[in-house]
Design a protein around this ligand. Sequence first.
Ligand SMILES: NC(=O)c1ccc[n+]([C@@H]2O[C@H](COP(=O)([O-])OP(=O)(O)OC[C@H]3O[C@@H](n4cnc5c(N)ncnc54)[C@H](O)[C@@H]3O)[C@@H](O)[C@H]2O)c1
Length: 249
Amino acid sequence: MSRLAGKVALVTGGSAGLGAAICTRFANAGADVWVADLDPPVDAGQYIKTDVSDRDQLEAAFLKALKIAGRIDLLVSNAAIQPHGITLDDTTPELLDRVFKVNTHAVFYGLQLAGCYMARGGSVINTSSFVGKIGVPNCPSYAASKAAVDHLTRVGAIELASKGIRVNAVAPGLVMTPAVTGIPDNPEIGFMHARIPMGRIPSPDEIAPVFEFLASDEASFVTGAVIPVDGGVAAGWKEYELKPPTWWK
Ligand SMILES: NC(=O)c1ccc[n+]([C@@H]2O[C@H](COP(=O)([O-])OP(=O)(O)OC[C@H]3O[C@@H](n4cnc5c(N)ncnc54)[C@H](O)[C@@H]3O)[C@@H](O)[C@H]2O)c1
């Protein structure tokens, strides 16, 4: 497959989990892939140490990839922190600021920098989450940060269309990444398993192909879209016990 041949990609949060699967997928499709992350990738990919919440660091990552690779065609704004299990009451101002800086400000900066440095025909793909669409308790900062990502995707698509850059988002449901599997006895896994209409929890490899499609020229008229890749969980519940009315036989 060489669907992304000749394209240069910058992937934030590309060292682990979903970001790493996206990098592998893009590289296998022929892209020249650069990882911007706090930590280096496990395989020795092209890596730029970056804290995406710092606009100067993110811009420096763009400039470094641009200088060496000569162009940037694809930006995946994927890095995020996921503080679940923290109620509205327990969310401190510091936590709220940190979550928004990493998860939302970085996406905003990515759109600004894409407008400055990306080639015409480019594609920005933001990683959202099902919790940006449906309400869930005990992760208000994370959920709100992802709802903001959805809307930034729409307004970014409108503003960058004149520069020939498409902007879309992928909204996964629960995915088996270190952020999820690293929590001992994580109750979210059983809870979600029982509710996802398709009845299973995917690996990152089942999410990454949708990023590849959005990055490719096959998605040339797709912009402003937030695509759920969640086994149906944002569409509704798997089970809902209901009794027919008495007039129904
Ligand atoms: N795993 C899930 O169930 C799930 C569900 C829906 C959405 N998502 C989203 O998918 C994306 C990837 O999640 P994941 O589960 O693979 O996460 P992960 O924690 O496994 O990996 C996140 C990566 O981002 C990097 N990172 C964190 N903060 C950073 C910063 N300030 N600057 C640069 N890099 C930073 C980490 O070093 C790590 O490599 C996130 O946007 C997350 O919100 C995940």
